[in-house]
Design a protein around this ligand. Structure first.
Ligand SMILES: Cc1ncc(COP(=O)(O)O)c(C=O)c1O
Length: 383
């Protein structure tokens, strides 16, 4: 099968022995579908692939319907708006997440309340969640961090008992399973990102999925400038243009056809890393709870106290060996942007931000590349 590897083309001339942290994998099917859009002239948000992608991806997620958007961030904004979040509401959200989970809360005029993390999975800590829920909480925004699903049963019980909605940010967890059920289908609404480094990509893009058809109708209306039954008539005081293009949906469909192979490749890479790294005492490796399918969107490790390196120094040492890595998120409650929401206590999130980084995790990695990364790490940490 023919492959198009954009980052390779962009990095033309780059030392081939370098191992990038991630590479998108685009196949012949995507090329054919995109060409069909170009040849037919269906290049905007009308066209058959949008509906196909929405129905096939939401079906994959075990949800009744899906609404495509321009990004994961706009999917979250659309979902929050469709849940009726507004000024005076609080949204509980992990301190340890990508900022795309949080800016949409602020855009709704609501306040983020940052919740601490479990030290191993990085997912929301349920005891801290229970401490921080108040009568102003409208939504619990769960993030399935780095591909490991959050422990949803106690979260759903808590939400139900307090009449609070659950939004799952599954931007990093396409195909992850919680007790056999798909991430994104476990709360009231699920949101996905299709950015180039995600498990499936449309370049940029996102989707809202749900079993609640009233919510889906609302999201559809808000995403497309709230046109009334008669076009160019509008009842809503606010709406957005968050339309994905037919070309992006065509890429997504091609990617979706291979999603299980992609996930199996990620799991295989993770198993190899764990096998090769398990005896390095200062490295904390990712875990997988017995009830989970962790899809290992990224293989994240934590460097525990040791005399040789700080995390940043180790990342530089790996870079010098041609191995690209990325830091974990810097927890958002410590950042200037969110100080006005008050001081919040999230020590585990701070520890993850200080110690964590992820290794090359792309689906194009070869067995020998994973070996080289693991061997280089071992040599650096154990020499
Ligand atoms: C957990 C999480 N939420 C939200 C987003 C935002 O998605 P996008 O970059 O498509 O806006 C990301 C993207 O990287 C993410 O990792």
């Amino acid at each position: 099968m023919g492959l198009i590897r954009p980052s390779k083309m962009i990095n033309k001339g780059m030392n081939e022995s370098k191992i990038p942290v991630n590479e998108p994998y685009l196949g012949q099917r995507e090329k054919e579908l995109v060409n069909e859009c170009l040849e037919s002239g269906w290049i905007s948000s009308s066209g058959k692939y949008i509906e196909k992608f929405e129905s096939q991806f939401s079906e994959y997620c075990e949800c009744a319907a899906g609404v495509t958007t321009t990004s994961g961030t706009t999917a979250i904004h659309l979902a929050l708006k469709s849940l009726g979040v507004g000024p005076g509401d609080e949204v509980l959200v992990p301190a340890f997440t990508m900022v795309g989970s949080v800016y949409p809360i602020v855009q709704c005029g609501a306040s983020p309340v940052f919740v601490d993390s479990e030290p191993d999975t990085g997912n929301m800590d349920i005891q801290d969640l229970e401490r921080k829920i108040t009568s102003s909480t409208k939504v619990i925004l769960i993030v399935h961090i780095y591909g490991h699903p959050a422990d949803m049963d106690p979260i759903c019980d808590l939400a139900r008992s307090r009449n609070v909605k659950i939004l799952e940010d599954a931007a990093e967890a396409h195909g992850a399973l919680y007790k056999g059920r798909k991430a994104g289908s476990l709360g009231d609404v699920g949101c996905f990102s299709f950015y180039a480094n995600k498990i499936i990509t449309t370049g940029e893009g996102g989707m809202v999925v749900s079993n609640d058809m009233a919510l889906i109708r609302k999201a559809r209306q808000l995403k497309d400038l709230a046109h009334g039954k008669i076009r160019f008539t509008h009842d809503l005081p606010e709406a957005f243009n968050y339309r994905m293009t037919n070309i992006q949906a065509a890429i997504g469909l091609g990617q979706l056809g291979r999603i299980e192979d992609t996930i199996q490749k990620k799991i295989k890479n993770a198993k190899q890393y764990t096998n090769q790294l398990k005896d390095i005492s200062c490295l904390k490796l990712p875990v997988c709870r017995p009830w989970a399918r962790n899809v290992y969107w990224m293989y994240g490790v934590q460097l525990m106290d040791n005399e040789r390196f700080t995390k940043d120094q180790l990342m530089v040492a790996l870079k010098n060996e041609g191995i690209d890595t990325r830091s974990f998120f810097y927890p958002l409650h410590t950042q200037k942007a969110f100080q006005k929401y008050g001081k919040q206590d999230c020590p585990n999130a701070e520890s993850l931000g200080k110690r964590g980084f992820y290794l090359p995790s792309g689906q194009t990695l070869t067995v020998s590349q994973v070996s080289r990364v693991a061997e280089t790490l071992s040599q650096l940490l154990e020499k």
